[in-house]
Design a protein around this ligand. Structure first.
Ligand SMILES: O=C(O)[C@@H](CO)OP(=O)(O)O
Length: 251
């Protein structure tokens, strides 16, 4: 028995376009992001990979991407679970800051530590900061809303959720679509593929291109890294994500 899992990073958001650190700030998609979501749905339909269950984060860029993609695939009706544990990594005090200016101000080493290291979180956000999630009603069920997270923290919230909530749906035989974020998906890919703490630094996930995993009965990937439905576009877009800060990004 094998299973199919589809991972989809949301389409371009307004802050991807502006090159700002986003994290838990709930920014909308751009028109290009909506178009990427439509194309993702069409790619799924063309590949005959129609989703049967949806998991998303609680952030509108993932929620809306999944809605548009499912509409394009003719699958708006499938059951859905939205959970904060699929949210983007909380970017702490960097939320709302320009990536290129941050790189300039702090230098490449510190910038990359905050952005891609496994266990160095950015400084915590002030709860009174306009970009903090203090008192956001969508997180009323959390004991404490994060003030910053590194990738390790994301793995610690996401893997138990994967085991308890997502894996059983996959094992029930449903083709699951997870629509989430650059860093929450990096955390999941790290877990699935067993990527080392060092190698995960170099992994970037492009917006809006479905990444398909075939999983064995232990839910381990049959092919490490999965398969993007548009591999050329994915490689180009992942390189653009990697270059954010040093150049004006595409995603
Ligand atoms: O700003 C963010 O929340 C993420 C994703 O857009 O950015 P980065 O790729 O720099 O981790």
């Amino acid at each position: 028995m094998t299973y199919t899992l589809i991972l989809l990073r949301h389409g371009q958001s307004e802050w991807n376009e502006k090159n700002l650190f986003t994290g838990w700030v709930d920014v909308p998609l751009t028109e290009q992001g909506r178009e990427e979501a439509r194309r993702a749905g069409e790619l799924l339909k063309d590949a005959d990979l129609l989703p049967e269950y949806l998991f998303t984060s609680r952030l509108q860029r993932a929620v809306v991407t999944s809605a548009i993609a499912l509409e394009a695939a003719g699958r708006t009706w499938i059951d859905v679970t939205r959970d904060w544990r699929l949210n983007e990594r909380h970017y702490g005090a960097l939320q709302g800051k320009d990536k290129a200016e941050t790189l300039q101000e702090f230098g490449e080493e510190q910038f990359m530590l905050w952005r891609r290291s496994f266990d160095t979180p950015p400084p915590p956000i002030d709860p009174a900061d306009r970009w903090a999630q203090t008192n956001d009603p969508r997180y009323a069920d959390l004991d404490e809303v994060p003030r910053t997270e590194c990738l390790k923290d994301v793995i610690e919230r996401l893997v138990p959720y994967w085991d308890a909530e997502i894996a059983p749906v996959i094992r029930s035989g449903k083709r699951v679509l997870i629509t989430a974020h650059g860093n929450s998906l990096r955390a999941l890919v790290k877990h699935l593929d067993g990527v080392s703490d060092e190698d995960i630094v170099g992994l970037n996930i492009p917006t809006g291109i479905p990444l398909v995993y075939e999983l064995d009965e232990d839910l381990k990937p049959i092919t490490k890294g999965g398969q993007y439905l548009d591999p050329e576009a994915a490689a180009e877009a992942a390189a653009a994500v990697a270059a954010q800060g040093s150049a004006k990004p595409k995603a």
